[in-house]
Design a protein around this ligand. Structure first.
Ligand SMILES: [Zn+2]
Length: 382
């Protein structure tokens, strides 16, 4: 374990050293290292290591169609992960309900009011939870697949909406992505900063701001219970690198995965969760938990697995950063320029699988039609 971390540190030092220019071999080393750390049990994180386009996607019909396909996949059964944590999300995006002694906290609200009504309200009722008990809706980051149903839920049940100050500003002044499939962002309500907490009844949620996927991505940390045992869960708030060639974002992502890896050890976080079920195996784990003997819970992965998950994401971010360094070396653009969107490239995207089209990206070569980074990962449901 220690040895592999040391290896990734050495790799990091190599990439940072200006006298040793990175090559494609450096990228491959990172990806191999991530694959080795991921092993079998964290294999679902490996798509994060796939090459990502340098240009961020803008609204287009192709994007709406891809989103519609993702949203319209058959939803998994709603289910219970812990005594106080329930899943009411779709096959593509998660929605978690955290139950406290004084009401419910909804974590993410899916793409739009129609979907939120069917899956969140409908799922909660099937699980014996009353949506009228929702006191807070946490929006982990300001992308439409997480905020789309938030305003409806908040209005209908008088719930307060929580997001980070940074992402509230983004949702108010300029969305990174937009689509007709998403309802409008919610109206600004409670803004939280790094390390702040929210206590409702017997549960306290700590909001860690982990910039990368968005600048104000929230990674919430809270206790979950299973029988007489208490565990500590963390929902990694934003996973894919869909921001284009924005080196600051990747630096942030690298720093935050390191920070949360250290904190997860200090705090004893042993339940790694995601806000996309494809990144934590939620659907399979819900089924396994329903069939499991009392006292065993497949969501309790243990602290070493949380540590490895953070290292996989960290190492994939280093691989992507190196790819962009290579692209900059081959081109004329400054390395740390903010990612911009070229309007002429907007309709170039016709593939529905960004892993497939990202794979078509030839590093260091100019292509007539560059693929664009989508606001989502398109990992199939499992
Ligand atoms: Zn997102």
């Amino acid at each position: 374990m220690r040895k592999t971390y040391l290896a990734s540190l050495i790799l990091g030092a190599l990439a940072a050293c200006s006298t040793v220019p990175p090559t494609q071999a450096t990228v491959d080393q990172y990806v191999d290292e991530a694959r080795r750390i991921a092993g079998e049990d964290l294999k679902f994180l490996m798509p994060v290591c796939n090459p990502q386009p340098a240009v961020r996607a803008a609204p287009s019909q192709a994007m709406d169609e891809s989103l519609a396909k993702l949203i319209n996949q058959p939803a998994p059964e709603p289910g219970q992960a812990f005594d106080n944590l329930y899943y009411v999300g779709s096959a593509w995006v998660s929605a978690w309900v955290l139950k406290t002694s004084e009401g419910l906290i909804l974590i993410d609200a899916l793409n739009n009011a129609t979907e939120a009504s069917a899956l969140i309200e409908g799922g909660m009722r099937r699980l014996g939870l009353d949506p009228a008990q929702i006191r807070y809706v946490l929006v982990t980051h300001g992308h439409g697949d997480h905020y789309g149903g938030a305003q409806m839920i908040a209005q209908r049940y008088g719930a307060r909406i929580v997001a980070s100050e940074i992402d509230w500003k983004m949702m108010e002044t300029g969305l990174e992505f937009d689509s007709k499939m998403w309802d409008r962002p919610p109206q600004r309500d409670i803004a939280v900063r790094d390390g702040e907490t929210l206590t409702l009844g017997d549960i306290t949620v700590r909001f860690m701001i982990t910039p990368g996927h968005t600048l104000g991505t929230i990674t919430p940390v809270f206790n979950v219970r299973d029988g007489g045992k208490t565990h500590k869960a963390m929902i990694w708030g934003g996973t894919s690198f869909n921001f284009g060639r924005d080196m600051g974002r990747l630096d942030g992502y690298i720093a935050q995965t390191e920070r949360m890896r250290e904190l997860s050890s200090q705090w004893g976080i042993d339940v790694p969760l995601s806000n996309h079920p494809g990144y934590d195996g939620t659907v399979a784990k819900l089924k396994a938990r329903a069939a499991a003997a009392p006292g065993s819970n497949p969501f309790v992965s243990g602290q070493p697995v949380v540590d490895r998950a953070m290292r996989v994401l960290n190492t994939c971010a280093r691989a992507q950063k190196t790819r962009f360094v290579l692209m900059a070396q081959a081109g004329t653009e400054p390395l740390y320029a903010a990612s911009t969107v070229a309007p002429s490239l907007m309709d170039a995207h016709a593939e529905e699988d960004d892993h497939v089209h990202a794979g078509m990206l030839a590093l260091g070569h100019t292509q007539p039609a560059k693929p664009t980074a989508f606001p989502f990962n398109v990992m199939a449901s499992r």
